[in-house]
Design a protein around this ligand. Structure first.
Ligand code: GAR
Length: 216
C-alpha cells in the first residue's frame, strides 16, 4: 500500500455498496480544466467514480460549459450572497448532501473554506494547488515560483485542512522552470501535470473508501 494511505483516517459511515463508483462533488471558480480531466479519467475507465454535481461561485465560467456538455448538474452559489464564509460552506454542504456526495474535490476553487466543510467531509475533501507544497501556498503560486527563481516547481493534490494549502499531501508532480518561462507558459506545463495527478489522487481515495466499505 502506498504511504499516503496512512494519512487518511477511516471513512465516515456510507450507504454506498462495495465496488460502487465513488460519488464526487466538484467545486470550481474558473476554467474547470481540472474538473474536465477528472471527467475524462472517469469516461476512460481510469477512475472508478461519478461526478454528481459541480458547484461554482462565479457566473459564466468555462467550467459550466464543460459540465453541461457531459450532462453533469451545476449549482451556482454566489459567495456575495452569503454574509460569512461559514454560511457559504453550509450551503455547499447542503447541496452536496442532496446529491449524496461522498468525496469533494476543490478543482480551482478560489475561496478560503471553513471547518464547516472539513467537518462534513473528514478526509474526503481534497484540493489541487499549482506548486510543490509546502512551497508557495496561497494565491499566485506560479508567480511566486518565478519570483523565487526556483528551477523546479510543480503541483500538489492534498487533503484539506483549515490552514490554507497545508493538509497532508496525496500526490505531487515536478515541473522544470525554463529560462524564458512566463507565468502563462509555466502554468500551462503545470496544468498538464495537474490533469494527470488529480485523477490519480482521487483513485487512491476511491480505493481506500471502497476498502472501508468492505470492512464496515
Ligand atoms: C489550477 O492550476 C489549480 O491548481 C489552481 O487553479 C487552477 C484552476 O484551473 N488552484 C489554486 O491556485 C488554488 N490555490 P482550472 O480551472 O483550469 O482547473
Amino acid at each position: 500500500m502506498p504511504d499516503t494511505y496512512s494519512l487518511i483516517s477511516p471513512a465516515p459511515t456510507t450507504n454506498m455498496q462495495p465496488g460502487s463508483p465513488l460519488i464526487l462533488g466538484i467545486m470550481a471558480s474558473g476554467s474547470g480544466s481540472n474538473f474536465e480531466a477528472v471527467a475524462i479519467a472517469i469516461e476512460n475507465g481510469d477512475l472508478h467514480a461519478k461526478v454528481a454535481v459541480l458547484i461554482h461561485n462565479k457566473p459564466d465560467i468555462q467550467a459550466i460549459d464543460r459540465a453541461q456538455k457531459r450532462g453533469i448538474p451545476t449549482v451556482f452559489l454566489d459567495h456575495l450572497n452569503y454574509a460569512t464564509r461559514a454560511e457559504l460552506d453550509r450551503a455547499i454542504v447542503a447541496t452536496f448532501q442532496t446529491y449524496q456526495v461522498e468525496c469533494v474535490v476543490m478543482a480551482g476553487w478560489m475561496r478560503v473554506i471553513t471547518q464547516v466543510l472539513i467537518d462534513a467531509f473528514p478526509d474526503r475533501l481534497i484540493n489541487i494547488h499549482p506548486s510543490l507544497l509546502p512551497s508557495f501556498p496561497g494565491i499566485h503560486a506560479i508567480e511566486q515560483a518565478l519570483a523565487a527563481k526556483v528551477k523546479i516547481t510543480g503541483c500538489t493534490v492534498h487533503l484539506v485542512s483549515l490552514e490554507v494549502d497545508a493538509g497532508p499531501i496525496l500526490v505531487q508532480a515536478a515541473v522544470p522552470v525554463l529560462p524564458n518561462d512566463t507565468s502563462e507558459t509555466l502554468h500551462a506545463r503545470v496544468q498538464i501535470q495537474e490533469h494527470l495527478i488529480l485523477p490519480q489522487a482521487i483513485e487512491l481515495l476511491a480505493q481506500k473508501i471502497n476498502t472501508d466499505r468492505i470492512s464496515l
